[in-house]
Design a protein around this ligand. Sequence first.
Ligand code: AMP
Length: 419
Amino acid sequence: MTFADLGVIPPILKALEVQGYSQPTPIQTQAIPSLLDGSDLLGCAQTGTGKTAAFAIPIIQQLALRKDRQAAPRKIRALVVSPTRELAIQIGEQFSAYGRYTNVNNTVIFGGVKQGAQTRILRNGVDILIATPGRLLDLIGQGFVHLGEVDYVVLDEADHMLDMGFIHDIRKIIKLLPKKRQSLFFSATMPPEIIKLSANILGKPKKITIQPKQQTAELVDQGLLHVSKKNKAKLLTHILQSNNYDSTLVFSRTKHGANKIVRILNKQGIAAKAIHGNKSQVARQKALDSFKKGHTNVLVATDIAARGIDVEELSLVVNYDLPNVPETYVHRIGRTGRAKASGIALSFCSPEENVCLKDIEKLLKKRIRVIEDHPFVNDVPDISEQHSAPQRSVPHTSQNNGPRPSRKVHSRNRRRSYR
Ligand code: AMP
């Protein structure tokens, strides 16, 4: 199956070639033809499946082929609502990349920065608006954004919108849209509240479910390290210093914890930055850019700030704290082992977190391989009572599953004990 087989037009095919996409991912194969036919879509898929291109390509294509779009100034014909600024920016980047050989343009608006630059672009006219809910409502209120001509609306990461308390904002936004429109709704999970919301927004949608990565992808090599709470920072420092990972994303449960980890790593000469909700938008974007460019090797993030972050070739994900919600574990480790690359995910588990571990392993339907070969293993009380014997039988799946994010990292790490 090729993108041409799905009915994608030549200028977009050319852009996809530049991106290096040789074939569509499963969600793209399923979604693109029905979206080009004008269907509504309910997509149960998480970041990393190629879902952004699955909705961006048909929207760009439909707009590029419309003759009534030519009159200046451009009107907003497509609206994408995203829960976080980082995700909104990444969606905007993807729209720009896929639409580069068309005359369809886009802009991204989000809070936490002055609005002047955003309103200037809006005044000149855009076809596609990507927005976070708060700033969108703000600029609608000020008269800079009109949704009366919107034909395509995408609600991305709907479950995350719910978690972040955006549900009322979403309802307000939906009320401002024309009744006749194509609606796309994406969510990684489908709890009852989300299903109810989707029913309000969508007509008779085509439903697509793409299995979360952990259930399909053996791509992520997962390891579990039992360690006391007080030794976690030392263990992280030890791992980062004794290996040479190009890019490591560390998950901390709290913002305060993330700052503390960064301070400790920096003291040890490890280039690390934190990204979380208390940081200004500018600081978050700077940290992310520096990480993407490889100037910072370690990014320490909270779940909300990290979700949707799209960093290619992430070598290692560390769960410094285990999440209370088992699905979050899946989202976190999905940050490595993207589309084609495989990756490593190491989880630190203090005795207090054994309950979380149990829930995660229940969801995964398997035990995570225990790594005992680390300097702080003996400081952990009662491991044997809290977790079963090491799972030596769990295969190092990543060795058999395609290329690693970085060959250099791969060959070096092969000799280490953390894989
Ligand atoms: P997403 O799920 O939209 O966050 O996409 C995850 C990553 O996959 C992004 O870095 C995309 O650039 C990449 N991607 C999307 N579609 C394809 C494709 N057909 N082939 C290879 N990579 C892709």
